[in-house]
Design a protein. Structure first.
Length: 98
């Protein structure tokens, strides 16, 4: 199993509703891309040391091969573009959960 962790620092001109919509699109990827085991999205509850990363998500993939097919998948492309549009900065962190 592989965990894909993404932290989002939204741009100042992005509304909370736009962030919620983008995270709903992330959540919907589980239905569109085979091999995504779970998706958890939400707001960062750590207000003291978040360096502006206020939202994020964690996806679990069945295996590394499934994860490798995620980025180029046609369902992922528009969601990735949306996240880049609303974010000032994004951190990706991927952990193989052997």
């Amino acid at each position: 199993m592989l965990a894909h962790i993404v932290l989002l620092r939204p741009r100042d001109d992005i509304s909370p509703a736009e962030i919620v919509t983008a995270l709903e699109h992330v959540r919907a990827l589980q239905q569109a891309i085979p091999g995504i085991v779970s998706v958890h999205v939400g707001e960062n509850l750590n207000a003291s040391n978040n360096q502006g990363y206020t939202h994020g998500f964690i996806m679990q993939f069945a295996d590394v091969e499934t994860f490798r097919g995620y980025a180029p998948h046609s369902a992922h492309q528009p969601v990735s573009e949306e996240l880049r549009r609303i974010s000032q900065s994004i951190i990706d962190f991927d952990v193989d959960q052997k």
